[in-house]
Design a binder for this molecule. Sequence first.
Ligand SMILES: Cc1cc2nc3c(=O)[nH]c(=O)nc-3n(C[C@H](O)[C@H](O)[C@H](O)COP(=O)(O)O)c2cc1C
Length: 395
Amino acid sequence: MTTGSLPLLGPRLRAILRRRSYRSFRPDAPPADAVRALRAAATTAPSVGGRRSGRVVVLDDPDVVGRLPRAVMGGLVGKINPWLLKSHPPLFLLAVGDSAAGLRDGDRHWYNVDAALAGQLVVLEAAGRGLGSCWVAGFHERSVTAVAGLRDGERPLAVIPVGYPAVGPDSGGSWVGRAWDAAAQRLVSARRKPLERLAYRGRFGVPFMPHEVPWAERGVGQGDETPWPGLGPLRPTPAFDGRPVTEPQLAVLLECARWAPSAENSQIARHVVLEGREAVAALTAAAFPGTALEREALPPLALACLAAPFPVTARTREQPFFLIDVPIAVANLLVAAAELGLGWQVAFRFDHRAVAAHLGVPDDHRVVALVGLGTPVDGPHDGPPPAPSQLHPPE
Ligand SMILES: Cc1cc2nc3c(=O)[nH]c(=O)nc-3n(C[C@H](O)[C@H](O)[C@H](O)COP(=O)(O)O)c2cc1C
Protein backbone atom coordinates (compact mmCIF):
# COMPACT_ATOMS: atom_id res chain seq x y z
CA MET A 1 0.00 0.00 0.00
CA THR A 2 1.27 3.46 -0.86
CA THR A 3 0.03 6.82 0.23
CA GLY A 4 -0.33 10.06 -1.67
CA SER A 5 -2.63 13.03 -1.85
CA LEU A 6 -6.14 12.92 -3.20
CA PRO A 7 -6.32 13.68 -6.89
CA LEU A 8 -8.35 16.70 -7.96
CA LEU A 9 -11.63 15.95 -9.68
CA GLY A 10 -10.90 16.37 -13.38
CA PRO A 11 -13.83 16.79 -15.81
CA ARG A 12 -14.13 13.07 -16.60
CA LEU A 13 -14.18 12.11 -12.93
CA ARG A 14 -16.83 14.76 -12.34
CA ALA A 15 -18.92 13.37 -15.21
CA ILE A 16 -18.74 9.85 -13.72
CA LEU A 17 -19.66 10.99 -10.22
CA ARG A 18 -22.37 13.46 -11.18
CA ARG A 19 -24.09 11.27 -13.76
CA ARG A 20 -27.41 9.91 -12.62
CA SER A 21 -30.43 8.58 -14.43
CA TYR A 22 -32.91 11.16 -15.76
CA ARG A 23 -36.35 10.20 -17.01
CA SER A 24 -37.76 13.59 -18.00
CA PHE A 25 -36.24 15.90 -20.62
CA ARG A 26 -36.44 19.50 -21.77
CA PRO A 27 -37.85 19.99 -25.26
CA ASP A 28 -34.66 21.58 -26.71
CA ALA A 29 -32.52 19.25 -28.81
CA PRO A 30 -28.76 18.99 -28.23
CA PRO A 31 -26.63 20.88 -30.79
CA ALA A 32 -25.27 19.04 -33.82
CA ASP A 33 -21.70 18.96 -32.46
CA ALA A 34 -22.91 17.20 -29.29
CA VAL A 35 -24.71 14.55 -31.36
CA ARG A 36 -21.55 14.11 -33.45
CA ALA A 37 -19.51 13.65 -30.24
CA LEU A 38 -21.93 10.95 -29.03
CA ARG A 39 -21.59 9.12 -32.37
CA ALA A 40 -17.80 9.39 -32.17
CA ALA A 41 -17.76 8.01 -28.61
CA ALA A 42 -19.88 5.07 -29.82
CA THR A 43 -17.53 4.23 -32.69
CA THR A 44 -14.26 4.60 -30.76
CA ALA A 45 -15.31 2.19 -27.99
CA PRO A 46 -13.01 -0.79 -27.45
CA SER A 47 -14.40 -4.31 -27.91
CA VAL A 48 -13.62 -7.86 -26.83
CA GLY A 49 -11.00 -9.30 -29.17
CA GLY A 50 -11.47 -6.23 -31.41
CA ARG A 51 -14.48 -8.04 -32.87
CA ARG A 52 -17.12 -5.33 -32.30
CA SER A 53 -19.80 -7.94 -31.61
CA GLY A 54 -21.87 -5.23 -29.95
CA ARG A 55 -22.32 -1.55 -30.73
CA VAL A 56 -24.32 1.56 -29.90
CA VAL A 57 -26.60 3.24 -32.41
CA VAL A 58 -27.48 6.94 -31.97
CA LEU A 59 -31.06 7.49 -33.14
CA ASP A 60 -32.06 11.12 -33.76
CA ASP A 61 -34.46 10.82 -36.70
CA PRO A 62 -37.61 12.53 -35.31
CA ASP A 63 -39.89 9.86 -36.79
CA VAL A 64 -37.95 7.00 -35.14
CA VAL A 65 -37.54 8.94 -31.87
CA GLY A 66 -41.29 9.65 -31.81
CA ARG A 67 -42.20 5.96 -32.32
CA LEU A 68 -39.71 4.39 -29.91
CA PRO A 69 -41.53 5.07 -26.59
CA ARG A 70 -44.59 3.08 -27.75
CA ALA A 71 -42.33 0.34 -29.11
CA VAL A 72 -40.60 0.09 -25.72
CA MET A 73 -43.99 -0.13 -24.01
CA GLY A 74 -45.27 -2.94 -26.25
CA GLY A 75 -45.65 -6.35 -24.57
CA LEU A 76 -45.63 -7.01 -20.85
CA VAL A 77 -42.09 -6.14 -19.79
CA GLY A 78 -42.12 -2.68 -21.38
CA LYS A 79 -45.10 -1.72 -19.21
CA ILE A 80 -42.73 -1.10 -16.29
CA ASN A 81 -41.58 2.07 -18.01
CA PRO A 82 -44.74 4.15 -18.63
CA TRP A 83 -42.77 7.34 -17.85
CA LEU A 84 -41.13 7.04 -21.27
CA LEU A 85 -44.38 8.13 -22.95
CA LYS A 86 -44.09 11.48 -21.15
CA SER A 87 -40.35 11.96 -21.05
CA HIS A 88 -39.91 13.42 -24.60
CA PRO A 89 -36.18 12.74 -25.18
CA PRO A 90 -34.81 14.35 -28.36
CA LEU A 91 -32.72 11.26 -29.11
CA PHE A 92 -32.14 7.64 -28.14
CA LEU A 93 -29.15 5.37 -27.90
CA LEU A 94 -29.68 1.71 -28.63
CA ALA A 95 -27.17 -0.83 -27.29
CA VAL A 96 -27.28 -3.78 -29.68
CA GLY A 97 -25.41 -7.04 -30.20
CA ASP A 98 -24.76 -9.42 -33.07
CA SER A 99 -26.48 -12.53 -31.79
CA ALA A 100 -25.88 -14.48 -35.01
CA ALA A 101 -22.18 -13.87 -35.74
CA GLY A 102 -20.84 -12.10 -32.63
CA LEU A 103 -17.98 -13.52 -30.59
CA ARG A 104 -19.13 -15.96 -27.92
CA ASP A 105 -17.82 -18.70 -25.63
CA GLY A 106 -20.56 -21.16 -24.72
CA ASP A 107 -23.43 -19.10 -23.38
CA ARG A 108 -21.32 -15.97 -22.82
CA HIS A 109 -22.24 -13.69 -25.74
CA TRP A 110 -19.50 -11.06 -25.68
CA TYR A 111 -21.72 -8.61 -27.57
CA ASN A 112 -23.23 -7.76 -24.19
CA VAL A 113 -19.82 -6.56 -22.98
CA ASP A 114 -19.07 -4.56 -26.15
CA ALA A 115 -22.47 -2.86 -26.17
CA ALA A 116 -22.47 -2.18 -22.40
CA LEU A 117 -19.00 -0.60 -22.53
CA ALA A 118 -19.86 1.47 -25.59
CA GLY A 119 -23.21 2.48 -24.07
CA GLN A 120 -21.64 3.71 -20.84
CA LEU A 121 -18.94 5.63 -22.75
CA VAL A 122 -21.64 7.46 -24.72
CA VAL A 123 -23.61 8.06 -21.50
CA LEU A 124 -20.47 9.64 -19.95
CA GLU A 125 -19.80 11.75 -23.07
CA ALA A 126 -23.41 12.93 -22.75
CA ALA A 127 -23.05 13.60 -19.01
CA GLY A 128 -19.91 15.68 -19.64
CA ARG A 129 -21.98 17.83 -21.98
CA GLY A 130 -24.79 18.31 -19.47
CA LEU A 131 -27.04 15.75 -21.13
CA GLY A 132 -29.05 13.31 -19.00
CA SER A 133 -29.80 9.68 -19.85
CA CYS A 134 -31.33 6.50 -18.45
CA TRP A 135 -30.41 2.91 -19.28
CA VAL A 136 -33.65 0.99 -19.94
CA ALA A 137 -33.63 -2.81 -20.14
CA GLY A 138 -37.39 -3.28 -19.74
CA PHE A 139 -38.70 -3.05 -23.34
CA HIS A 140 -40.48 -5.05 -26.02
CA GLU A 141 -37.69 -6.47 -28.14
CA ARG A 142 -39.57 -7.17 -31.39
CA SER A 143 -41.14 -3.70 -31.58
CA VAL A 144 -37.89 -1.89 -30.76
CA THR A 145 -35.96 -3.97 -33.34
CA ALA A 146 -38.51 -3.10 -36.02
CA VAL A 147 -38.69 0.64 -35.28
CA ALA A 148 -34.90 0.99 -35.07
CA GLY A 149 -34.38 -1.04 -38.28
CA LEU A 150 -31.63 -3.26 -36.86
CA ARG A 151 -29.53 -5.55 -39.07
CA ASP A 152 -30.44 -9.23 -39.42
CA GLY A 153 -29.21 -11.19 -36.39
CA GLU A 154 -28.84 -8.10 -34.17
CA ARG A 155 -30.65 -7.90 -30.83
CA PRO A 156 -31.12 -4.80 -28.66
CA LEU A 157 -30.12 -5.09 -24.99
CA ALA A 158 -30.83 -1.55 -23.80
CA VAL A 159 -32.69 1.54 -24.92
CA ILE A 160 -31.25 4.82 -23.55
CA PRO A 161 -33.21 8.09 -23.87
CA VAL A 162 -30.93 11.16 -23.91
CA GLY A 163 -31.66 14.87 -23.53
CA TYR A 164 -31.21 17.89 -21.32
CA PRO A 165 -32.72 16.90 -17.94
CA ALA A 166 -35.97 18.60 -17.00
CA VAL A 167 -35.40 19.69 -13.42
CA GLY A 168 -37.88 21.99 -11.69
CA PRO A 169 -41.35 23.22 -12.70
CA ASP A 170 -40.05 25.75 -15.28
CA SER A 171 -37.96 23.18 -17.12
CA GLY A 172 -40.54 22.35 -19.76
CA GLY A 173 -40.67 18.65 -18.78
CA SER A 174 -43.99 16.94 -17.98
CA TRP A 175 -44.90 16.63 -14.30
CA VAL A 176 -45.41 12.86 -14.73
CA GLY A 177 -41.82 12.44 -15.91
CA ARG A 178 -40.41 14.67 -13.19
CA ALA A 179 -42.45 12.94 -10.47
CA TRP A 180 -41.28 9.51 -11.73
CA ASP A 181 -37.69 10.76 -11.72
CA ALA A 182 -37.98 12.11 -8.17
CA ALA A 183 -39.59 8.88 -6.90
CA ALA A 184 -37.00 6.65 -8.64
CA GLN A 185 -34.19 8.70 -7.15
CA ARG A 186 -35.61 8.60 -3.65
CA LEU A 187 -36.81 4.98 -3.58
CA VAL A 188 -34.35 3.17 -5.88
CA SER A 189 -31.11 4.90 -6.76
CA ALA A 190 -30.43 6.64 -3.43
CA ARG A 191 -29.80 3.30 -1.71
CA ARG A 192 -26.14 3.00 -2.70
CA LYS A 193 -24.11 0.29 -0.95
CA PRO A 194 -20.99 1.49 0.90
CA LEU A 195 -17.63 0.79 -0.72
CA GLU A 196 -16.60 -1.83 1.85
CA ARG A 197 -19.52 -4.04 0.73
CA LEU A 198 -18.51 -3.80 -2.92
CA ALA A 199 -14.73 -4.13 -2.80
CA TYR A 200 -12.34 -6.58 -1.16
CA ARG A 201 -8.60 -6.53 -0.57
CA GLY A 202 -6.55 -9.55 -1.63
CA ARG A 203 -9.34 -12.11 -1.34
CA PHE A 204 -13.13 -12.27 -1.56
CA GLY A 205 -14.78 -11.29 1.73
CA VAL A 206 -11.97 -9.14 3.15
CA PRO A 207 -13.61 -5.68 3.12
CA PHE A 208 -11.70 -2.95 1.31
CA MET A 209 -11.48 -0.20 3.89
CA PRO A 210 -10.07 2.81 2.08
CA HIS A 211 -7.89 4.99 4.25
CA GLU A 212 -9.88 7.88 2.96
CA VAL A 213 -13.17 7.69 1.05
CA PRO A 214 -12.99 10.81 -1.07
CA TRP A 215 -16.64 11.23 -1.88
CA ALA A 216 -19.30 9.62 0.26
CA GLU A 217 -21.89 11.70 -1.56
CA ARG A 218 -22.39 11.70 -5.29
CA GLY A 219 -20.38 14.15 -7.31
CA VAL A 220 -19.40 16.40 -4.46
CA GLY A 221 -15.89 17.24 -3.42
CA GLN A 222 -13.12 19.39 -4.64
CA GLY A 223 -12.36 20.00 -8.26
CA ASP A 224 -11.91 22.63 -10.87
CA GLU A 225 -14.59 23.40 -13.42
CA THR A 226 -12.49 22.75 -16.53
CA PRO A 227 -14.74 22.75 -19.61
CA TRP A 228 -15.58 19.31 -20.99
CA PRO A 229 -12.64 18.16 -23.15
CA GLY A 230 -14.47 15.13 -24.59
CA LEU A 231 -13.97 11.57 -23.47
CA GLY A 232 -11.12 10.91 -25.89
CA PRO A 233 -10.14 7.49 -27.21
CA LEU A 234 -9.83 4.67 -24.70
CA ARG A 235 -6.79 2.51 -25.45
CA PRO A 236 -5.12 -0.26 -23.46
CA THR A 237 -1.46 0.32 -22.59
CA PRO A 238 1.17 -2.04 -24.03
CA ALA A 239 3.23 -2.09 -20.81
CA PHE A 240 3.46 -0.79 -17.24
CA ASP A 241 6.55 0.77 -15.66
CA GLY A 242 6.03 -0.91 -12.28
CA ARG A 243 5.25 2.21 -10.23
CA PRO A 244 2.42 1.36 -7.81
CA VAL A 245 -1.10 2.76 -7.92
CA THR A 246 -1.50 4.99 -4.85
CA GLU A 247 -4.08 4.36 -2.17
CA PRO A 248 -6.05 7.55 -2.97
CA GLN A 249 -6.06 6.68 -6.70
CA LEU A 250 -7.40 3.24 -5.83
CA ALA A 251 -10.13 4.72 -3.64
CA VAL A 252 -11.14 7.10 -6.44
CA LEU A 253 -11.25 4.27 -8.99
CA LEU A 254 -13.47 2.09 -6.81
CA GLU A 255 -15.70 5.03 -5.96
CA CYS A 256 -16.17 5.63 -9.69
CA ALA A 257 -17.19 1.98 -10.16
CA ARG A 258 -19.61 2.32 -7.23
CA TRP A 259 -21.52 5.17 -8.88
CA ALA A 260 -22.09 3.25 -12.12
CA PRO A 261 -25.73 2.71 -13.07
CA SER A 262 -27.11 -0.81 -12.67
CA ALA A 263 -30.43 -2.51 -13.38
CA GLU A 264 -32.79 -1.76 -10.47
CA ASN A 265 -29.76 -0.26 -8.71
CA SER A 266 -28.81 -3.84 -7.85
CA GLN A 267 -25.11 -2.85 -7.73
CA ILE A 268 -24.06 -6.43 -8.43
CA ALA A 269 -20.48 -5.45 -9.39
CA ARG A 270 -17.84 -6.50 -6.84
CA HIS A 271 -14.08 -5.92 -7.04
CA VAL A 272 -11.23 -7.90 -5.50
CA VAL A 273 -8.08 -5.74 -5.35
CA LEU A 274 -4.73 -7.52 -5.89
CA GLU A 275 -1.74 -5.36 -5.01
CA GLY A 276 1.87 -5.97 -6.06
CA ARG A 277 3.33 -7.98 -8.95
CA GLU A 278 3.52 -11.18 -6.88
CA ALA A 279 -0.23 -11.16 -6.28
CA VAL A 280 -0.95 -10.14 -9.88
CA ALA A 281 1.35 -12.90 -11.19
CA ALA A 282 -0.47 -15.54 -9.11
CA LEU A 283 -3.86 -14.29 -10.35
CA THR A 284 -2.64 -14.27 -13.95
CA ALA A 285 -1.27 -17.81 -13.65
CA ALA A 286 -4.70 -19.00 -12.46
CA ALA A 287 -6.52 -17.08 -15.20
CA PHE A 288 -4.30 -18.11 -18.13
CA PRO A 289 -2.92 -21.57 -17.34
CA GLY A 290 -0.12 -22.67 -19.62
CA THR A 291 0.64 -19.15 -20.83
CA ALA A 292 4.21 -17.92 -20.31
CA LEU A 293 4.01 -14.44 -18.82
CA GLU A 294 6.82 -11.94 -18.42
CA ARG A 295 6.65 -10.82 -14.80
CA GLU A 296 8.18 -7.45 -15.74
CA ALA A 297 5.29 -6.68 -18.09
CA LEU A 298 2.61 -7.29 -15.49
CA PRO A 299 0.71 -4.38 -13.92
CA PRO A 300 1.39 -3.54 -10.25
CA LEU A 301 -2.33 -3.75 -9.47
CA ALA A 302 -5.22 -5.88 -10.71
CA LEU A 303 -8.93 -5.89 -10.03
CA ALA A 304 -10.98 -9.03 -10.43
CA CYS A 305 -14.48 -7.77 -11.23
CA LEU A 306 -17.27 -10.12 -10.15
CA ALA A 307 -21.05 -10.21 -10.16
CA ALA A 308 -23.05 -10.91 -7.01
CA PRO A 309 -26.37 -12.76 -7.38
CA PHE A 310 -29.56 -10.74 -7.83
CA PRO A 311 -33.14 -12.01 -8.18
CA VAL A 312 -33.56 -10.45 -11.65
CA THR A 313 -30.74 -12.32 -13.36
CA ALA A 314 -31.24 -11.58 -17.04
CA ARG A 315 -33.03 -9.45 -19.61
CA THR A 316 -33.21 -12.44 -21.93
CA ARG A 317 -31.47 -15.79 -21.80
CA GLU A 318 -28.43 -14.56 -23.72
CA GLN A 319 -28.44 -11.13 -22.04
CA PRO A 320 -27.64 -11.79 -18.35
CA PHE A 321 -27.20 -8.66 -16.24
CA PHE A 322 -23.77 -9.81 -15.05
CA LEU A 323 -22.49 -9.28 -18.62
CA ILE A 324 -24.08 -5.80 -18.74
CA ASP A 325 -23.87 -4.22 -15.29
CA VAL A 326 -20.28 -5.30 -14.55
CA PRO A 327 -18.91 -4.00 -17.89
CA ILE A 328 -20.72 -0.70 -17.25
CA ALA A 329 -18.80 -0.42 -13.96
CA VAL A 330 -15.60 -1.42 -15.83
CA ALA A 331 -16.22 1.45 -18.31
CA ASN A 332 -16.33 3.88 -15.38
CA LEU A 333 -13.09 2.38 -14.05
CA LEU A 334 -11.26 2.76 -17.38
CA VAL A 335 -12.34 6.35 -17.96
CA ALA A 336 -11.35 7.22 -14.38
CA ALA A 337 -7.98 5.45 -14.79
CA ALA A 338 -7.21 7.41 -17.95
CA GLU A 339 -8.11 10.68 -16.20
CA LEU A 340 -5.73 9.77 -13.37
CA GLY A 341 -2.91 9.15 -15.86
CA LEU A 342 -3.01 5.38 -15.34
CA GLY A 343 -2.73 2.79 -18.07
CA TRP A 344 -5.00 -0.25 -18.21
CA GLN A 345 -5.50 -3.68 -19.73
CA VAL A 346 -8.71 -5.71 -19.53
CA ALA A 347 -9.47 -9.39 -20.12
CA PHE A 348 -12.90 -11.04 -20.19
CA ARG A 349 -11.95 -14.45 -21.65
CA PHE A 350 -9.99 -16.57 -19.17
CA ASP A 351 -10.46 -19.47 -16.79
CA HIS A 352 -13.24 -17.97 -14.65
CA ARG A 353 -13.52 -21.01 -12.37
CA ALA A 354 -9.79 -21.07 -11.59
CA VAL A 355 -9.86 -17.37 -10.71
CA ALA A 356 -12.92 -17.92 -8.49
CA ALA A 357 -11.12 -20.76 -6.67
CA HIS A 358 -7.93 -18.68 -6.37
CA LEU A 359 -9.78 -15.72 -4.78
CA GLY A 360 -12.27 -17.71 -2.67
CA VAL A 361 -15.27 -16.45 -4.65
CA PRO A 362 -18.49 -18.24 -3.60
CA ASP A 363 -20.34 -20.43 -6.13
CA ASP A 364 -23.26 -18.03 -6.47
CA HIS A 365 -20.99 -15.20 -7.70
CA ARG A 366 -19.51 -14.98 -11.21
CA VAL A 367 -16.09 -13.79 -12.22
CA VAL A 368 -16.47 -11.41 -15.19
CA ALA A 369 -13.36 -9.31 -15.88
CA LEU A 370 -9.73 -8.80 -14.92
CA VAL A 371 -8.47 -5.22 -15.03
CA GLY A 372 -4.72 -4.47 -14.82
CA LEU A 373 -3.77 -0.94 -13.76
CA GLY A 374 -0.52 0.99 -13.41
CA THR A 375 1.62 3.76 -14.82
CA PRO A 376 1.97 3.26 -18.58
CA VAL A 377 5.42 3.05 -20.12
CA ASP A 378 6.02 6.16 -22.23
CA GLY A 379 6.65 5.81 -25.95
CA PRO A 380 6.86 2.64 -28.04
CA HIS A 381 7.36 -0.53 -26.09
CA ASP A 382 9.89 -3.04 -27.39
CA GLY A 383 10.36 -5.03 -24.20
CA PRO A 384 8.68 -8.27 -23.19
CA PRO A 385 5.20 -9.07 -24.52
CA PRO A 386 2.32 -7.33 -22.76
CA ALA A 387 0.04 -9.11 -20.33
CA PRO A 388 -3.12 -10.41 -22.01
CA SER A 389 -5.44 -7.54 -22.92
CA GLN A 390 -8.49 -8.62 -24.82
CA LEU A 391 -10.20 -5.27 -24.98
CA HIS A 392 -8.99 -3.73 -28.23
CA PRO A 393 -9.65 -0.26 -29.64
CA PRO A 394 -11.15 -0.27 -33.14
CA GLU A 395 -8.63 -0.51 -36.00
C1 LIG B 1 -28.82 -2.42 -17.53
C2 LIG B 1 -29.72 -1.41 -16.89
C3 LIG B 1 -31.09 -1.47 -17.06
C4 LIG B 1 -31.94 -0.51 -16.49
N1 LIG B 1 -33.30 -0.59 -16.75
C5 LIG B 1 -34.11 0.40 -16.29
C6 LIG B 1 -35.49 0.40 -16.65
O1 LIG B 1 -35.97 -0.48 -17.36
N2 LIG B 1 -36.26 1.42 -16.17
C7 LIG B 1 -35.75 2.44 -15.41
O2 LIG B 1 -36.51 3.35 -15.04
N3 LIG B 1 -34.44 2.46 -15.04
C8 LIG B 1 -33.61 1.47 -15.48
N4 LIG B 1 -32.27 1.51 -15.16
C9 LIG B 1 -31.72 2.62 -14.36
C10 LIG B 1 -31.41 2.18 -12.93
O3 LIG B 1 -32.61 2.07 -12.20
C11 LIG B 1 -30.45 3.20 -12.29
O4 LIG B 1 -29.24 3.17 -12.97
C12 LIG B 1 -30.20 2.88 -10.82
O5 LIG B 1 -31.37 3.06 -10.08
C13 LIG B 1 -29.11 3.78 -10.24
O6 LIG B 1 -29.47 5.12 -10.33
P1 LIG B 1 -28.55 6.17 -11.09
O7 LIG B 1 -28.40 5.71 -12.51
O8 LIG B 1 -29.30 7.47 -10.99
O9 LIG B 1 -27.23 6.19 -10.39
C14 LIG B 1 -31.41 0.53 -15.70
C15 LIG B 1 -30.01 0.59 -15.51
C16 LIG B 1 -29.18 -0.35 -16.11
C17 LIG B 1 -27.69 -0.24 -15.93
